[in-house]
Design a protein around this ligand. Structure first.
Ligand code: THG
Length: 369
């Protein structure tokens, strides 16, 4: 496939780290929340192995924050998500499906409770701020909603703990998964969470002060030398193996959270109020008729730019592939697909056409590893 460069403009926002990563050899971008998100630094496979062995620093400023504060902020945040936040705690992150009145997914952000009446919604790629503003206006909520200047730096990989300890001290290694706390650097405080869009462990630094953020960026590479630190970005191979979902790719507004295996984050039996609750109860009662699954395909290369239909041996359409990549671990293509009932059992075999050729595949569980 021929490669085209991405045309730059004000609408496709740069991040404070863009000039850094361009010096460091970024080779592909995607767009995320109207911002540049690095998609490759050379070989995807080399980056995958490096991420699983060492430590990487990622410019994930595209994971924008929607800040909601004010007297009705808790009510509004709860209205948007089917996850029960009534017992949520300050200093914790919560992975939360955001759904509409039809229970269709709007986004799948991480929500941070900063204070009793102040929240950050760390969004995937859709305009949550407009949805939040619409709901606030319609409900006459007493809230303030805006996009603050926060540019996340992720530090991911097994050696991220040692690297971060060298800069911030032992306390940072004691933080629990999806907890956050504040750490001083260059005269500014930084909210740092133990989270990130990989399963290799690590942190996310919510940089609010660009100057200190850039100093920290450079410090991570200086101190990280002994851990073989490299620039990186969310890795397609690692994230599919780990079953981390990508909004707009694997899931979208036509899917409900139960179809997407997000059951853990759906609370229908408490007295909270959220959009789509009755609809979701209906879905639960009737049972879902399709579900997101893993697939393995007997080929070694794939580029998914649109969903690709999947057929059983009798040529019945049983679902669609939504993401896919060659996995060096399985030595074949793995992917994420929406599969119709009753074809979603593991080991269901199927056929898929790629570039005019038919390949065999099998349905399996998510995550792969
Ligand atoms: N970090 C932050 N913001 C984000 C992402 C992130 N916004 C966009 C995107 N990623 C949102 N999507 C996800 C998807 C999965 C997870 C986080 C954000 C995730 N899931 C874990 C899992 O599935 O095992 C843990 C969830 C849990 O148990 O609570 O981490 O990465 N700031």
């Amino acid at each position: 496939m021929k490669n085209y460069s991405i045309a730059r403009s004000r609408r496709l926002r740069s991040t404070p780290y863009t000039s850094r990563i361009e010096k460091q050899g970024v080779t592909a971008y995607t767009s995320y929340n109207h911002m540049l998100l690095p998609a490759a630094f050379g070989s995807l496979e080399d980056s995958y192995h490096h991420l699983k062995e060492s430590v990487q620093v990622w410019d994930v400023a595209g994971e924008r924050q929607v800040e909601i504060s004010g007297k009705d902020s808790g009510k509004l945040v709860q209205l948007m998500t089917c996850r029960d936040l009534s017992k949520s705690k300050i200093g914790r992150c919560y992975y939360c499906p955001i759904i509409d009145d039809k229970a269709g997914l709007i986004n799948d952000p991480v929500i941070l409770k900063l204070a009793e009446e102040r929240w950050w919604i760390s969004i995937a790629d859709s305009d949550v701020i407009l949805f939040a503003k619409g709901l606030a206006i319609g409900n006459k909520f007493d809230v303030k909603i805006f996009e603050p200047n926060v540019d996340i730096l992720a530090v991911q990989g097994p050696k991220s703990f040692k690297l971060m300890e060298k800069i911030f001290g032992k306390k940072i290694t004691e933080m629990k998964f999806f907890g956050f706390d504040y750490f001083e650097f260059f005269g500014a405080k930084h909210l740092i969470a133990r989270s990130g869009w990989s399963k290799q462990g690590g942190y996310e630094i919510y940089v609010e002060n660009t100057k200190s953020g850039l100093a920290l960026y450079d410090k991570l590479f200086e101190v990280g030398k002994e851990f073989n630190v490299k620039p990186g970005c969310p890795n397609l191979i690692e994230r599919i193996e780990s079953g981390l979902l990508s909004y707009g790719n694997d899931i979208d507004n036509d899917d409900n959270p139960l179809e997407c295996g997000l059951d853990k984050y759906v609370n229908l039996d408490t007295n909270i109020n959220f959009l789509g609750k009755e609809k979701l109860k209906e879905v639960r009662e009737k049972g879902i008729i399709r579900r997101l699954k893993g697939v393995k395909i007997e080929t070694k290369e794939i580029i998914v730019t649109q969903s690709i239909k999947i057929f059983d041996q009798k040529n019945v359409e049983i679902g669609e592939l939504r993401s896919g990549v060659y996995s060096p671990h399985f030595e074949k293509v793995i992917g994420i697909a929406m599969i119709r009932k009753p074809y979603w059992d593991n080991s269901q075999s199927f056929k898929i056409q790629l570039n005019g050729k038919s390949f065999d595949g099998k349905v399996c569980d998510l995550p792969f590893i």
